[in-house]
Each structure stands twice: as C-alpha cells, then as structure tokens.
Design a protein around this ligand. Structure first.
Ligand code: 13P
Ligand code: SF4
Length: 305
C-alpha cells in the first residue's frame, strides 16, 4: 500500500470502528497530519474522556494512553506501539514512592502526569507542565514531594520559596540533552530570536529562556508574540504545527539531539494495524484506576490562572 492508501484506510477504519485518533505534539509529522486532534499529554486524555467515540487510538507513549484509560474506563484505548514507554515515567515506581512517603509522612505528593497509573495512585495530586506551579501553590501543606521530574520540581520550587520541596531524581533524557552551549550558539546565530523552553529542561537552560511553558503553551506564545523568530527548547515534533500555524515565522531547533525515540516509534502501519485488530489495548486495574483518578480529579479542580 502507498502512504496515501494507508492514510485513506486509517480514516475509513476510524469511521467504521467509531474511533478517535489522537496524536501528541511530539509525534511524527505524518501521524499528526492524519490525527483528529493533536495536543499535550493531559489535553489529549481529556479529549478521550469527553468524546462520544467508543475507541481511542492514542499516538503517544504508554502513560498517556493510561491516563485516557483512567479518565475513560468504558472506552477501548489503543496504543499502536505497546513498546512506546517514557524513560522518565519509568524512573519512579509505586514501591519507591511509598518508601519516600514513609520518610516524609507530613508531605503532600505532587506527581507530574508523565508517570504510571500505579504512581499516580500513590499520589495526592497530579500536575502537568502547564499548571504545575498553580497546583503546588494551591496546597496548604508546607512540604511537597515533587515526582518524578527533578527539573520540573526545581522549577516549581523556584516559584514557591515558602515551601519545602523534595524532588525525585528523575528526568527526561531528551530534554536533558539540551546544553547551555547549544542555546549560546543558537542565540549567536539568531540574535533577534526569542527562546522558549519546556520546564523539563535543566535549570541552567531555563535560566536562559524568555518564556517557559508546556508544548501547548508554545503554540500560544508563538502565535501571540510579535517576534518573527523562535528558538525551540523541546522535542522536535512540535515544529510541525508551529511551522504550519505560523508560516511567516521562523522556528529554530537548537540541537539535533532533541528527539524522543519513543515518541517516534508509532508509524502509519502501526496505526492501521491497531485499528484492524483493536490491539494493543491499554487497561488499568480498577483498584489502581480509582485512586489514580482521584489525583487527576484533584488537579482538574484547581482553578486556572
Ligand atoms: P506536555 O505535552 O504535557 O508539555 O509534555 C511534554 C512531554 O514530555 C510529554 O512526554
Ligand atoms: Fe518521556 Fe521525555 Fe519522551 Fe516526553 S519527551 S515521552 S518525558 S522521554
């Protein structure tokens, strides 16, 4: 089959299966192109929960499909590549988190949505890269355990000097590869560009940023800013929509290392197979799901800025 034939067959099967095709902002261009909706990790899970469709094809990584299954348990959630994990989410286990909680029984656990359902189930509240500071600020407790991203954790802590923040030592290997020298070089090559960075970047990188935001925040910033050039401090998949939505603006990737291999696993053939077989299916044990959903629901109840 040609690429065009595969795309056509995917769309036909979406209708036949009553399926919604979701793609994260880091997915391959051709996957984003045929998706019904592209977005950030939590936004897509909420789309999954709110749609009338019965089948969700989640082009992203495992924890995202799990979040969809937590929020929409009555739906069939498919992850076209069962092996698309997230190394950062895998850096913390429920058992490891229980150990840390025993050492700090007076702390509130704030867990980034980039985590397994089992870890969410051990948490008091979740956060995303777009609401992390707001969520942490909304809590009355003085002591917080910030899990699993130490970079997002330090970013939160820098905004809340009154809180005692203990950060889990996890990190995103993709964002970690972005170095200060890369930004210095990009700034030297493009002195008129603004630098936007994802909070998964290291504190040294965030210090250099003009704007720090989630992937969806970057679309908004690029659209509303009067600047014409942007250095983009996140995974390269975001360039697809940034360039499509802003044809008169320039987007510069400061390092070729900004590629998440897991996000690039899913291809059109995988999506086609998932729709044909309704596999691989992601489910979450009910006992874990209910507790994980409480942490997500608490986050969703926090008023936005
Ligand atoms: P957001 O899309 O929530 O900003 O997350 C970035 C990320 O690393 C997802 O894996
Ligand atoms: Fe995980 Fe980082 Fe890849 Fe996102 S970009 S899926 S946090 S490894």
């Amino acid at each position: 089959m040609t690429e065009q034939e595969i795309k056509k067959e995917i769309r036909r099967l979406c209708d036949e299966r009553d399926a919604l095709l979701l793609a994260h902002n880091y997915q391959r261009d051709e996957v984003q192109e045929i998706a019904d909706i592209t977005g950030d990790s939590l936004g897509l899970s909420m789309e999954a929960a709110n749609t009338d469709k019965q089948v969700i094809v989640f082009c992203g990584v495992h924890f995202m499909a799990e979040s969809a299954a937590i929020l929409a348990p009555q739906k069939t959630v498919l992850l076209p590549r069962a092996d698309s994990g997230c190394p950062m989410a895998d850096m913390v286990t429920a058992e490891g988190l229980r150990d840390l909680k025993r050492q700090h029984p007076d702390a509130t656990v704030v867990t980034y949505v980039n985590s397994s359902a089992a870890v969410k189930a051990e948490s008091d509240i979740c956060c995303t890269s777009s609401n992390a500071v707001n969520v942490a600020r909304s809590l009355e407790t003085k002591k917080l355990l910030l899990v699993p991203d130490r970079n997002l954790g330090r970013y939160i802590a820098s905004h809340l000097p009154d809180k005692e923040c203990i950060c889990w030592e996890g990190y995103c290997p993709t964002h970690d590869r972005l170095k200060v020298a890369d930004i210095e070089q990009a700034r030297a090559d493009h002195p008129d560009a603004l630098f936007m960075a994802h909070p998964e970047c290291t504190p040294e990188i965030l210090e250099l940023a003009d704007h720090i935001c989630s992937t969806s925040g970057m679309y908004e910033y690029a659209r509303s800013s009067e600047a014409r050039k942007f250095i983009v401090g996140t995974e390269m998949g975001i360039l697809y929509r940034l360039r499509k939505e802003n044809p008169d603006k320039e987007f510069i990737l400061p390092s070729q290392a900004l590629i998440c291999p897991n996000m690039k696993l899913t291809n059109l053939e995988d999506i086609l197979r998932a729709l044909q077989t309704l596999e691989p299916r992601i489910t979450v044990a009910e006992e874990v799901r209910v507790r994980a959903k409480m942490a997500l629901d608490r986050m969703l109840a926090v008023p936005r800025d």
